[in-house]
Write a protein of this length. Structure first.
Length: 209
């Protein structure tokens, strides 16, 4: 196999959570008048603190110091009621012979909860890495390099599965092959270190070649 370790992002890659994340903003912050699509385009893949800071500046708000905690508790409820895996992921994960891990900008508590809700925990053997563990968030490459190192592999032995431009930027900066999940695009793109896919089922053949 060309790649011996596959590193997955969480939100929008393993779990279909982006709409729920931005639903939480809309429910907690009625001052936000933009569409969910607009918010996703601007903030997809970003650290929560950076999103909150930008919203405060953009809408001239002064949010409570515990807003992030309030937001995360709200998200837990939404996840319990409506979180689902990305189509193709439940079939893909057991088909891969490579070592697998998760590397996400989200905190460990959210990662563990999301994986449990959609019954994906068992596929990663506890190998779940958070940017909060090392205080370095995508688009910096540190998290992916940290994950590769902890898994015992060099960057060139790894492949990353991402859905956000922020994550893709981090993967390319780390020098790790990235497969960009873009289900809403009409055609695939490929260049050095980068390949887009339209459905997760494509990865079975790509990663075992």
């Amino acid at each position: 196999m060309r790649w011996e370790c596959v590193i997955f992002d969480l939100d929008g890659t393993l779990v279909d959570s982006e709409i729920l994340n931005f639903q939480a903003y809309a429910e907690l912050l009625p001052e936000i008048t933009e569409s969910q699509a607009s918010l996703i385009k601007r903030y997809e893949g970003m650290q929560l603190a950076a999103v909150v800071s930008d919203i405060e500046a953009r809408y001239k708000l002064s949010l409570p110091e515990d807003f992030e905690d309030t937001f995360r508790e709200h998200i837990r409820g939404l996840f319990e009621r409506g979180l689902k895996p990305i189509p193709g992921i439940p079939e893909l994960l057991p088909s891969l012979a490579q070592r697998k891990c998760v590397a996400s900008n989200a905190p460990q508590r959210k990662l563990a909860h999301a994986l449990e809700v959609v019954s994906l925990t068992e596929h990663f053997d506890g190998n779940v890495f958070s940017a909060y563990d090392i205080a370095a968030w995508k688009p910096k490459p540190d998290l992916f390099l940290h994950a590769a190192d902890k898994m015992g592999f060099k960057p060139e032995q790894c492949a990353i599965i991402e859905d956000s431009p922020t994550g893709v930027e981090a993967a390319l900066a780390a020098g790790i092959q990235v497969f960009h999940y873009t289900p809403k695009k009409m055609q695939r793109e490929s260049k050095a270190g980068y390949q887009s896919i339209l459905h997760m089922s494509e990865l079975s053949d790509i990663l075992t070649a």
